[in-house]
Design a protein around this ligand. Structure first.
Ligand code: ZN
Length: 157
């Protein structure tokens, strides 16, 4: 419902990814499921996951399209995507990943004003990627357990 309501809201240049980006302490980061922030990027657990371990990587700035990103922002988006994949491999041993960006509402972007890269872990024989869109299959307790696990794994070498 939260997602459907958000679709009717005008883009006022601020969204939940901006909130994630501006979290300043561990409590705020935990509330907003922010795994980590860099100078240019923020990595969060998707609150509307296609599957367990579905992460989002986005620029900290509220920018909708690639042509608005600086070279540093673009490079860091990919660097943090690689880092997120590495972390998920350690945490939940996926056998594959879908990685990609939906540009614009018609392409399926839930937050079209703020570019974000999806990282969706996959396993042999799991449910078809498109078939699970719109169906939230991960309970909040499982998500906060995953959050704790990923945050603690990231701080251990
Ligand atoms: Zn935003």
């Amino acid at each position: 419902m939260q997602y459907i309501r958000s679709l009717g809201k005008p883009d006022n240049g601020k969204c939940f990814l901006c909130d994630a980006s501006s979290a300043t302490d561990d409590q705020e980061r935990a509330e907003r499921l922010v795994l980590w922030q860099t100078e240019h990027s923020v990595v969060v657990i998707n609150c509307f996951p296609y599957t367990n371990g579905h992460l989002l990587v986005c620029p900290r700035a509220h920018k909708a399209d690639f042509d608005e990103l600086s070279t540093e922002e673009m490079l860091d988006l990919q660097t943090q995507t690689a880092e997120a994949i590495r972390l998920l491999k350690r945490a939940i041993s996926p056998q594959g990943f879908n990685v990609g960006i939906n540009l614009g509402r018609c392409a399926g972007a839930g937050v079209p004003g703020h570019l974000h890269q999806h990282i969706v872990p996959r396993w042999n024989g799991d449910t078809n990627f498109m078939g699970v869109i719109g169906e939230v299959r991960v309970v909040p307790e499982a998500m906060s357990r995953l959050y704790e696990q990923l945050v603690s794994l990231r701080t251990t070498p």
